[in-house]
Design a binder for this molecule. Structure first.
Ligand code: ADP
Ligand code: MG
Length: 712
């Protein structure tokens, strides 16, 4: 033991010397100067001292004050300075893989090192971590997985849970587990970091843990709501009966001519933008004049208009546009680029910021563009708190958010766009005042804003709990309902019962709430259980290829487009794919056709002709690749086989697999000791018939192999 301690001491000494040497270098000094200007840096000593005296500490501060990049670094530096470097092992969790990767890279850079030396990261299927890594950024999911193998987090000295204000399902789950671990690991430190002011909630959950607040400084932001924006142009919202139908085409042409600031022209542009909006019925009827108001469409046209105005008439400064989701972002980007709405393309740096962007693209976001070039970032709510772009002066906020289709992989089912909370709107507005006074355009009326909830409901209270229940079981945390009753905010008992009941019906849990074989496989697939089950069935019934397309299709926006003015043509195009069969099979054919067309680079044309969304097709393609990786990972497909090997187009088989995956949604099961039948709910048609009893989907396969299963 003494020998080990001595070696440890020597390594720690070395680490201290190296750290000091790097800080003395000119780059080191420059970096230190930058860091010492961050609000978090001014609290460095307080933070370190509170951490040393308490097991749990809550730290809150405005976004951009330096929590994520600085606090883990303070701890690492201070451990190294006190010659404990070799023994320290800090884990900092991030809700998203993209932030785990980008933050680790940034922190390594600030320390003057390469990624994978003292700072590393780990996300699902990827990581950069070396023998000497003492600060690891990882997704919350990765830490949960580690807990599965090592309940006491042996060797870990600090756990930092970042962005807890987001109240993601995984974070809430992790907090329950950590709270129970703390008494068993008295020397383990837990640091919770949050952006908004609900720090009290977390503090009281951890028995009154101390809160350190980092004072922030932001500049004033001029705030405009939809009515103010329209007023600027002399326009007012009009009631529906005065609006006649204009085509999208017309508004588009007007927009293109908009840049010159001739009052009357701008007025007619906005007017057209609003008229061309597809005035679908809108449920939030706050005022008569808004009854016809469709935020999705208005938002889109108005964004183009405002971007034009900013590019041509406003002072320098980057523009950050908060959009609903990834598909909106990519279609707006495409539109702006192909039609050069914003004038000279050389003077505009158009970037996107979302959960699945490449890290090369991410670096550009932080860089300051050349003089005279306007940086425009189209972002999802990821830019609300986890990514800070310093030079933003203008913010456009569409007021909505949804988990992007890619998040289907991160355990969140595909959600519809919903209004954000007042807290989020405040955050978005704050992004405009980082370095100088800014302007924020909310693309919705103030009266709509007033209906927003104060805070977004925590994920654990608003989304289905099925995946969470499976995770609780796989971590062997006892009874699901007992466990969840110890959460920061417990979900309703009924919601828990429903989830458990559902898992029993689909055969993921047995009567005693234990994981079945299917359940165990499902815990390894980070997606909704019904989708996971479909993939598993697809793999074992050898029809994975079409099932991959269907599951991916269920996770993205409907790829079949129906423009109002060409409804008949669009329906005819779709019918040609579906034939006598369902939408699912139509999608399989459409995707296959698109894929073939892509080989000759004619995918876009193919989509255009067949009323398909090119963006959705691309998203399906990317998701398929992810899914095949997952299914291969858990050993259901041999990694040497290509998808084509499991390419069965037995229509009846595909239909049976899809239906059984969606069960109990679309079909019913009739079974006894001797037989098993799967029937469609609609007309009672038999899809599957087995001559032996079936308990789970693996028994189905057995029956299939013994030729005791008849697919009709
Ligand atoms: P917080 O977690 O409190 O929101 P961060 O630690 O993420 O703040 O960021 C602090 C500051 O560090 C930001 O304002 C920004 O100036 C800078 N920063 C963060 N990440 C990067 C990066 N990848 N590249 C350049 N600057 C960055
Ligand atoms: Mg942060």
């Amino acid at each position: 033991k003494a020998v080990v301690e001595k070696i440890c001491w020597q390594i720690s000494l070395q680490m201290r010397d190296q750290q000091q040497a790097r800080q003395e270098l000119p780059e080191g000094r420059k970096m230190l100067e930058f860091r010492s200007n961050l609000p978090a840096y001014k609290e460095r000593e307080t933070i370190l001292s509170v951490i040393s005296k308490n097991q749990v500490v809550v730290i809150s501060g405005e976004t951009g004050c330096g929590k994520t990049t600085q606090i883990p670094q303070f701890i690492l530096e201070s451990e190294i300075e006190s010659v404990r470097g070799a023994a320290c092992n800090i884990i900092c969790t991030q809700p998203r893989r993209i932030s785990a990767m980008s933050v680790s890279e940034r922190v390594a850079f600030e320390r003057g090192e390469k990624l994978g030396e003292s700072v590393g990261y780990k996300v699902r299927l990827e990581g950069m971590k070396g023998r000497d890594t003492h600060l690891l950024f990882c997704t919350t999911g990765i830490l949960l997985r580690r807990l599965l193998a090592d309940r006491n987090l042996k060797g870990v000295t600090h756990v930092i849970v970042d962005e807890i204000h987001e109240r993601g399902m995984n974070e809430d789950f992790l907090l329950i587990v950590l709270k129970e671990l703390l008494p068993h690991r008295p020397e383990l430190k837990l640091i919770l970091m949050s952006a908004t002011l609900d720090a009290e909630l977390f503090s009281s959950y951890f028995n009154g843990a101390p809160i350190v607040t980092i004072p922030g400084s932001t500049h004033p932001v001029r705030t405009l709501f939809l009515e103010n924006i329209l007023e600027m142009t002399g326009y007012q919202l009009t009631p529906s009966n005065q609006i006649d139908d204009y085509g999208q085409e017309r508004a588009w042409k007007m927009n293109k001519q908009a840049p010159r600031k001739r009052k009357s022209q701008i007025v007619s542009t906005v007017e057209d933008a609003i008229r061309s909006a597809d005035f679908k019925e809108y449920s939030l009827q706050t005022q008569e004049s808004l009854s016809c108001w469709n935020p999705d469409c208005i938002g889109f046209n108005l964004i183009e208009y405002l971007l034009c105005d900013i590019c041509n008439n406003k002072r320098p400064g980057a523009v950050l546009v908060f959009m609903t989701g990834w598909d909106d972002i990519s279609s707006l980007k495409e539109k702006l680029q192909t039609h050069t709405v914003l004038g000279d393309p050389k003077r505009v740096l158009l970037l996107t910021c979302h959960g699945s962007m490449a890290s090369s693209e991410q670096k550009l976001i932080f860089e300051e563009p050349e003089d005279g070039v306007r940086k425009i970032v189209l972002a999802t709510n990821i830019a609300e708190t986890s990514i800070t772009i310093d030079d933003v002066v203008f913010v456009l906020d569409c007021g909505k958010a949804k988990e992007t289709s890619y998040d289907a992989l991160n355990n969140t089912p595909c959600l519809l766009p919903t209004w954000i909370s007042k807290a989020s709107a405040h955050q978005r507005r704050g992004r405009a005042g980082r370095v100088q006074p800014g302007e924020c355009y909310h693309l919705y009326p103030r009266c709509v804003y007033q209906t927003f909830a104060e805070y977004q409901l925590p994920e654990i209270l608003r989304t289905p709990l099925q995946s969470l229940c499976l995770q609780i079981k796989s971590l062997r945390l006892g009874s699901i309902s007992d466990f969840l009753s110890r959460a920061l905010q417990s979900p309703e008992i009924l919601a828990v019962q429903n989830a458990v009941e559902y898992l029993k019906i689909i055969g993921a849990l047995d009567e005693n709430e234990n994981l079945t074989v299917l359940g165990r496989y499902l815990t390894m697939l980070p997606m909704e259980p019904k989708l996971g089950k479909m993939l598993i069935l697809g793999a074992i019934f050898n029809c994975l290829d079409p099932i991959l397309t269907i599951v991916a299709g269920l996770s993205v926006r409907d790829p079949f487009l129906t423009p109002l003015d060409k409804k008949d043509l669009a329906e005819a195009a779709k019918a040609q794919f579906s034939g006598a069969y369902s939408d699912h099979l139509a999608l399989v054919r459409a995707y296959k056709g698109w894929k073939d067309a892509e080989i000759d680079l004619r995918g876009y044309e193919y989509c255009w002709k067949n009323f398909l969304s090119f963006q959705s097709m691309k998203a399906i393609d990317a998701l398929r690749r992810e899914f095949i990786g997952l299914v291969t990972d858990i050993g259901l497909v041999d990694s040497n086989t290509t998808t084509c090997d499991t390419w069965s187009y037995d229509v009846n088989l595909i239909r049976a697999v899809v239906c059984y995956g969606l069960y109990p949604g679309t079909c019913s099961v009739v079974h006894n000791e001797k037989s098993f039948a799967l029937k469609t709910m609609e007309d009672g048609q038999v899809l599957l018939y087995s001559l032996c009893p079936i308990q789970c989907c693996f028994c189905l396969v057995e029956a299939y192999q013994k030729e005791m299963l008849i697919i009709t």
